[in-house]
Design a binder for this molecule. Structure first.
Ligand code: GLU
Length: 490
């Protein structure tokens, strides 16, 4: 059997849709599991869509994700060039062969003529189809026009009768009537091929054995099949993968935001979590397992696990999975990743960031959630005394008014050099014990006084450690003042 060779063939648009990354991932996995080659090919024949820097962006993103390609524009290989705009002469050679084989023809129809056909189709409410006007030119006529410099495109000469059948590894056998196939453009007047031609020539010349791409190409595949047949080339295994939807019937689209790899990565989602999640969007290992490294995926991946049905992208599930990946990080790894987010939220220099990481490591699902949780650190938000009321903790305004000053007292006894979690813990719990009250009756008011929020990323002891002695006492002072002017018992 031939060595497995797969390719990822993005157009350089400066944007890598989650669906595109999934295609790249599946192509990578299929190659790696068979010890084959994974190839990157840049499909830039649509010069109008050219975006500066987009190619480098693709290189960077694939490398960042660990989807290292064996051949590609910036790594070389035996089948280059790997950028389509540099393969112009190759397409020319093969288009001429196809014309000589009688399977394609030059078309000199002007834009005006085609616009007229389109307008007529619109008028009669039928779909526009090219009327094959130039298909009937004789070889000589066509050659003469070409030689005289009239601009032309080259169209595929479709059979008008019979059927075309092809096999797709996911969707099974598909048959279409040839009569529905249009004489589509293969080479544009600028001399560059359309996707419809280039994908076949390149996949053949690059010895691609498995073509993995989105199911939106399924309906065009009969045309590609006819091209392979016209050239007498071996047809690769087609592996079309389903669409990724935001909800049933609605595609996950760029317009809605949160549809590209970078949208998530830039928010502090871990690349491992993103890859793991998208691997499962449309592929199942056949068990309930959900966590896979790239290496494990390469071992387990199989075409038979790819689903035909559209996959629904579930942001909540990705978020959850990301949280699980964050918990699996070592403390040092998490701390290093979290620091930029701490810096976004905190200006003061005296907070202990390691304490923050100890608080947040197990409580963070997405790194970009961090700044919002820390909005109380620099400045205590104004809060209502109602916050001191907590049924479960048996805390009320009255109990807080009584115990908060006592907490201030025991914390004030701690030497600044001993200000750490252990000592603070001892002092506050010792106080509750000596007063014979519930721990919560001491801890809750301290937590409120230090954060000014109903929900904080840590409890009283952690917050006090984080803020330091001076700030802790100042905030408790402020809380005592608030409580002193509050009406009795609310
Ligand atoms: N350039 C095409 C795209 O970006 C590639 C499709 C394919 O993988 O063949 O959609």
């Amino acid at each position: 059997m031939n060595k497995v060779r797969t390719r990822f063939a993005p157009s350089p648009t400066g944007y890598l849709h989650i669906g595109g990354l999934r295609t790249a991932l599946y192509a990578y996995l299929l190659a790696k599991q068979a010890s084959g080659d994974f190839i990157l090919r840049i499909e830039d024949t649509d010069q109008d869509r050219y975006v500066e820097g987009a190619t480098e962006f693709i290189y960077r993103t694939l490398r960042l994700c660990g989807l290292d390609y064996d051949e590609g524009p910036d790594v070389g290989g035996d089948y280059g060039p790997y950028i389509q705009s540099e393969r112009r002469s190759i397409y020319r050679e093969y288009i001429d062969k196809l014309i000589n084989l009688g399977e394609a023809y030059p078309c000199f129809c002007t834009k005006e003529r085609l616009d007229e056909l389109r307008a007529k189709a619109a008028e009669s409410k039928t779909a526009y189809v090219y009327d094959r006007h130039c298909r009937h030119l004789s070889k000589e006529e066509a050659a003469e026009k070409m030689a005289s410099g009239i601009p032309y495109v080259v169209r595929q000469k479709m059979p008008t009768t019979g059927q075309t059948t092809f096999d797709d590894a996911v969707y099974g056998q598909i048959t279409v009537d040839n009569s529905v196939l249009e004489d589509g453009i293969l080479l544009k007047s600028d001399g560059l091929p359309t996707y419809n031609f280039a994908n076949v020539v390149d996949d053949h010349l690059m010895n691609i054995t498995h073509v993995i791409r989105g199911s939106e190409y399924l309906s065009s595949t009969p045309k590609y099949n006819l091209l392979y047949q016209a050239f007498g080339w071996e047809i690769p295994t087609y592996v079309h993968v389903s669409q990724i939807m935001r909800s049933p019937g609605k595609k996950l689209s760029k317009r809605d935001g949160d549809a590209s790899f970078s949208d998530f990565y830039n928010k502090g989602y871990l690349k491992e979590a993103i890859l793991n999640y998208i691997a499962l969007l449309g592929w199942s290992p056949g068990t309930d397992e959900e966590f896979f490294t790239l290496e494990e995926l390469a071992e387990r991946f199989s075409i038979s696990g790819i689903s035909k049905s559209d996959a629904i992208f579930d942001p909540a599930k990705l978020r959850w999975m990301n949280g699980e990946y964050i918990r699996k990080l070592s403390f040092a790894e998490f701390h290093e990743m979290a620091i930029p987010y701490y810096k976004q939220a905190i200006q003061r220099e005296d907070v202990n960031l390691e304490v923050l990481s100890r608080m947040l490591h197990t409580r963070t699902e997405v790194l970009s959630d961090i700044p919002e949780q820390l909005d109380f650190v620099d400045t205590l938000p104004d809060y209502n005394v109602d916050l001191y009321v907590h049924k479960k903790m048996k805390s009320s305004v009255d109990t807080s008014r009584e115990y908060l000053p006592q907490a201030w007292g025991v914390l004030g006894e701690i030497e600044p050099k001993d200000w750490n979690e252990e000592v603070i813990h001892e002092k506050l719990l010792g106080l509750a014990n000596s007063l014979s009250v519930k721990n919560g009756q001491v801890l809750w008011p301290v937590r409120v006084a230090l954060s000014g929020k109903p929900v904080s990323p840590g409890g009283a002891i952690e917050l006090a450690t984080l803020l330091g002695k001076e700030e802790t006492l100042a905030r408790i002072d402020f809380g005592m003042e608030k409580l002193s002017v509050a009406p009795a018992s609310i």
